[in-house]
Design a protein around this ligand. Structure first.
Ligand SMILES: [Zn+2]
Length: 277
């Protein structure tokens, strides 16, 4: 069984493989709130068994930090027994990005063996929120805070005020550089982090979408790195570089790998050309 660490009072964090995805449990008197559901129904079933083995009560609430597959493709496992919450744009993101990826994979799974999406039924949250929502877990309030576009336009932060804990999804990543995945917003992302960091206390705990718990200072450093990438994309576009030349230039300047920089450049150039979403 994957280890769960109590990172704050009544808040447990586990880092599941593959891809070191963070899952989090918050305990209230009335049950457990689970954050993120892993990559497919089999991984989600393992997660559900592990939580059951901890004997801390039923999962009554599930929250998606955003729409990406590693955070939401296990939703179907919990949809019958818990209420799932997420950003109101998740259905649109599923339609525009995740369903096409899933269909492409299903047409030829052998071409993308890094994914196992057999039997995934895209399951959007039951409750779609467009403003901060406070949940009562029984003697404990948890705030769900939808964010403006950053890592995606479906980002949502879970704040546990009495524990000084923030569960932020992939707007911050610790075990690798932040990923410019499907539907990212490289230009507004840095400011989203800075604005959120303005509410995070100096001693608060921040749980990223991948990696170990960090803090406010880590968030601000990552905002700086992302801001430098955004500026370099704008500069490369002004110089009329193509994607390859821009990627090479930004890799040299940032030290970031191609698999991070190239998608950021593609997405940035598309946004500068007027892409929506
Ligand atoms: Zn993500």
């Amino acid at each position: 069984m994957t280890d769960w660490t109590e990172v704050a009072d009544g808040v447990w964090h586990a880092r599941y493989q593959p891809i070191d995805i963070s899952t989090v449990l918050v305990r209230g008197n009335d049950g457990l709130l689970l954050v993120d559901t892993r990559c497919n129904p089999r991984e989600a079933a393992e997660l559900a068994r592990d939580v059951e083995a901890m004997q801390m009560g039923p999962i009554r609430w599930v929250v998606n930090t955003h729409a990406h597959y590693d955070h939401s493709f296990g939703n179907q496992e919990f949809a019958g027994s818990a209420t799932i919450y997420g950003h109101h744009r998740i259905p649109a993101h599923f339609r525009d990005f995740e369903q096409p990826r899933l269909s492409g994979w299903a047409a030829d799974p052998a071409a993308q063996p890094q994914y196992d999406w057999t039997d995934v039924a895209l399951t959007p949250p039951h409750v779609l929120i467009d403003e901060t929502l406070e949940l009562d877990l029984g003697g404990r309030a948890v705030r769900l805070i939808p964010l403006p576009p950053g890592h995606t336009d479906t980002d949502l932060v879970v704040h546990v005020p009495d524990a000084g804990c923030w569960i932020v999804g992939d707007i911050a990543e610790e075990s690798g550089p932040p990923m410019f995945g499907s539907g990212s917003f490289p230009f507004s992302w840095p400011q989203v982090i800075r604005d959120l960091a303005g509410h995070v206390g100096e001693n608060d705990i921040v749980i990223p979408g991948h990696g170990k718990a960090v803090d406010r200072q880590f968030m601000l450093r990552q905002a700086g790195e992302l801001g430098a990438v955004a500026d370099a994309i704008t500069d490369a576009h002004a110089r009329q570089l193509d994607v390859t030349a821009a990627t090479t230039r930004i890799m040299a300047g940032s030290g970031l790998p191609k698999e991070i920089v190239e998608p950021a450049v593609r997405r940035g150039f598309a946004l500068l050309a007027g892409a929506t979403p």
